[in-house]
Design a protein around this ligand. Structure first.
Ligand code: S3P
Length: 438
């Protein structure tokens, strides 16, 4: 346990870059592993979650390692080319790594055992097991949780799967299973979720189509058994990591920050929309595209934020950002109502509960009504002074560190070690721009 305390500061200021996008990093390794040839990845997030995925691929015969400049090389084995794993696949805290790999393995003729840390072992895996069993894989789990065993099928059946929940991980697991399946594998989404898998598969040469249906749902289809060609991938900075220094700047009495090279995929940018509605002025400079992903440099300054209603339809585009949005809402003038957050209960922690308890510790008035989170903004500084339990959740840890930087009194968290899963140099970067974290 690494107790950390964040002390109030007057200024957050500077020019930074944040580490590579976690979602894109997992996908670059996984798709590179089944492409033909050597994929080079620049800016891969070297956080614990992604390193667990690399290690799991290594156990299945995929040679993947960084060079002396930090660029990663993945020697792809081609579609269906993974070998029987030599060890139990321990994905640590990484839900994305676990669920995407389960999808990929579902159509390989091998048997794998998956496990993870105490947080991952509580998270539902039946949401991916259900469609993968329809394809023909056999999965034995502990009541839908890890540890679990998956035996891939040699004779996969192409399925159409209507997703009962908005989840990019479930969609990606089905599409990755579809890679080694003859015919067309497809998924419908009632609400669009991040499309990094679709964009990256297209870049590697697969045929993936997304079509809007008359009822507003989206149909994503993949033609199976494509020949994927190795790529050079530049991973953009993670908008979900940029969110922490960005909100710290908004809340700071004298804040001014530039964050270079951040992914601004519209299916990830709900937080930017919400903060703008709350009164933030966020500028997107030099818009460009990296491997099909929109990227920009972001400039932001201190702002007087006001409470808003965040509609449930927006939740999939900012699903990882509610912890830090709740902090912004706590400092805002008026009430913020975030609607439709049932998916937050099954993240790295039960985030509805951990956010609420943490805010109460810091003197903020907050309540949960059904699946909605309501934060009554302090209209300026929050009291702070709390000791927050993070429950192995990196985003809860970082959110409350940001709260401490602008509160009246310091805020402590019980354990900062989970931060390494997604933002290994968080403390250094926050200190560089003026935060005091000990
Ligand atoms: C992710 C999808 C989201 C998100 C997670 C990363 C991905 O999860 O919360 O951090 O990379 O596909 P769900 O698919 O459970 O919504």
């Amino acid at each position: 346990m690494t107790v950390l305390t964040s002390y109030p500061v007057n200024e957050i200021n500077g020019n930074i870059q944040v580490p590579g996008d976690k979602s894109i990093s997992h996908r670059a390794l996984i798709i590179g592993a089944v492409a033909a040839g050597e994929t080079t990845i620049c800016g891969l997030l070297e956080g614990e979650d992604v390193l667990k995925t690399a290690k799991a691929l290594l156990a299945m015969g995929i040679d993947t390692a960084p060079d002396e400049r930090g660029n990663w090389h993945v020697h792809g084995a081609g579609i269906g080319g993974l070998a029987q794993p030599s060890t139990v696949l321990d994905l640590g805290n990484a839900g994305t790594g676990a669920r995407l790999l389960m999808g990929l393995l579902a159509t390989h003729d091998l048997t794998a055992h998956f496990t993870g840390d105490a947080s991952l072992r509580k998270r539902p895996m039946d949401r991916v097991a259900t469609p993968l069993e329809l394809i023909g894989a056999r999965i034995t789990s502990t009541q839908g949780n890890m540890p679990l065993m998956i035996s891939g099928t040699e004779q996969p059946i192409p399925i159409h799967y209507h997703m009962p929940m908005p989840s990019a991980q479930v969609k990606s697991a089905v599409l990755l299973a579809g890679l080694n399946t003859p015919g067309v594998t497809s998924v419908t989404e009632e609400r669009s979720t991040r499309n990094h898998t679709e964009l990256m598969l297209s870049n590697f040469g697969a045929t993936v189509n997304t079509e809007e249906l008359p009822n507003g749902h989206h149909l994503i289809s993949l033609i199976g058994q494509p020949e994927l060609k190795a790529q050079k991938i530049n991973v953009p900075g993670d908008p979900s990591s940029a969110a922490f220094p960005l909100v710290a700047t908004l809340l700071s009495p004298a804040g001014k920050l530039r964050i270079d090279n951040v992914g601004i995929n519209p299916l990830r940018s709900g937080l930017f929309t919400t903060l703008s509605e709350m009164g933030a002025n966020i500028n997107f400079l030099n818009p460009r595209s990296e491997a099909g992903e929109p990227v920009a440099d972001i400039e932001v300054e201190s702002a007087r934020l006001r409470g808003v209603v965040v509609p449930s339809e927006r939740a999939p585009t900012m699903i990882d950002e509610y912890p830090i949005l709740a902090i912004a809402a706590a400092f805002a003038h008026g009430r913020t109502c975030m609607r439709g957050l049932s998916e937050l209960r099954i993240k790295e922690s039960d985030r509805l509960a951990t956010i609420t308890k943490g805010l109460v510790e810091c003197g903020v008035s907050v309540n949960i009504e059904g699946d909605d989170l309501i934060v009554n903004g302090a209209g300026g500084k929050i009291k702070g002074g709390g000791h927050v339990k993070t429950h192995m959740d990196h985003r809860i840890a970082m959110a409350f560190i940001v709260a401490g930087a602008s509160a009246e009194k310091p805020v402590s968290i019980d354990d900062g070690s989970s931060i390494d899963t997604s933002f290994p140099n968080f403390k250094d970067i926050m200190s560089k721009v003026g935060a005091i974290i000990r």
